[in-house]
Write a protein that binds this ligand. Sequence first.
Ligand SMILES: Cc1cc2nc3c(=O)[nH]c(=O)nc-3n(C[C@H](O)[C@H](O)[C@H](O)COP(=O)(O)OP(=O)(O)OC[C@H]3O[C@@H](n4cnc5c(N)ncnc54)[C@H](O)[C@@H]3O)c2cc1C
Length: 460
Amino acid sequence: MSASTIHLPAVDVPVLGEYEVVVIGGGPAGLFAAAAAARAGRRTILIERYGFLGGAGTMGGLSTFCGLHARVHGEDVRVIRGLADELLDRLDRLDGLSVPHLSVADRIMAQAFDISAYKIAADELIVASGAELLFHATAVDVVMEGDRIDAVVIESKSGRAAVRGQVFIDGSGDADLAVWSGAAVERSEHLLYPSLMFRINGVDAAAAGPAWQTIRRIMEEAEAAGTHTFPRKKPIVRPQRNPLEWRSNLTQLSNDDGSAVDGTDVRQLTHGELQGRQQVKDTFAFIRERTPGFEESYVVDIAPQIGIRETRRIVGAYSLTEDDILGCADFEDTIGVNGWPVEAHVPGDVEFRFADPGSRGYNQMPYRMLVPRGTANLLVAGRCASMTQRGQSSGRVTGPCFVMGQAAGAAADLALETGRDVADIDVTTLQARLEAAGAYLGRELPSPEMSVAAEYAAAR
Ligand SMILES: Cc1cc2nc3c(=O)[nH]c(=O)nc-3n(C[C@H](O)[C@H](O)[C@H](O)COP(=O)(O)OP(=O)(O)OC[C@H]3O[C@@H](n4cnc5c(N)ncnc54)[C@H](O)[C@@H]3O)c2cc1C
């Protein structure tokens, strides 16, 4: 009675619209890609499966920007500029941005944000750019004409429809458009492990003190004493802008065989959600019982979905590597920079690897990592761009995803203007336009005003 497949008849679907630039996914990469393309005057649509923007930053409950900063010859500098300046300003005006804090053994800065404020700031950024937004619409397929995407097929409560475009930008995080259009993609044998984020409220900040150190220590002591086993070492539990509230990044989601939950497998995703919430329950009970200041605390929010770090990546014209990160590589076709260390989520632990202390502290990111092989009118930005797994272990965080997104949007505009394929645009012109829009490409050392010390001294 049950066959392994069923045949769906072909159907005609309505064309919802025709655009110059179609962006799938409203995470940091897709958000900036759509804003940049629309700012350049292109008729642009941003299609997002949820009802809000921000990607893992909101749906995954991150509440911290990593990769906005680099430690340049010992000085902490915000190296991600351009549209990022505007987004941070909008967040700040909403009172939703903390001052940067030292992270990862005090070797690099990160910056916490309020998740609700981020949703609003991202809405405002897109609306102000002139891009059209389509929420609650999931891309499910593409229609090809030779090696070009003609339309993306979407599903929503309004039914199935097609959205036509001239240039497409894949900000899905999973390289969805790349796969469906036949571009070259790869996946690692051992994926980085996902986590389910949660936030704790009702913390007595004075009593808690630097509890981000205490919690790590008492978890390690409990494991050493054999009384507890936790899903992962190096927990991150830190205060938000209002220290009544703390974010928690300490779960690790695996299948029964120990492999990482795969964000492109619906059964594994389901298992990960269930497992994640059990880990939240168990680890929070431990923290509340053992940590001064947490006695009256409670879980105020579990992220809408588990956070996926890695699935498919394109194999593009260049793949960013760990050596590029640790060696502070330069590229002729730089579109921006990345100063985050390699952050590998391996079984039961997180490994960090940094460029040498005292080094320039950032690598440039080449335009070629956005250019897939096999699909002529597609750019791929964000965590599924062309990087080796170890390169992606650094380049996937928000700062470099902002860089890739802004560059992809500007490149789509340039391809349309010159009638060229995205692989053949004049990168010198792209670089000039990115710099004119305020982006920092790392071709000279950052100016003194870009240092965190100068930025916050000026703000006071
Ligand atoms: C648990 C966890 C913790 C992390 N912690 C941090 C941190 O503290 N700081 C930091 O900077 N980075 C952190 N990261 C890294 C984070 O993944 C990246 O910063 C970033 O969000 C990746 O951006 P992206 O735009 O490539 O993809 P995503 O953020 O994954 O966004 C993809 C977007 O596309 C949408 N989408 C996907 N498929 C479709 C489709 N078919 N149709 C329509 N919409 C679609 C999704 O809904 C989503 O909005 C963390 C990641 C995880 C998983």
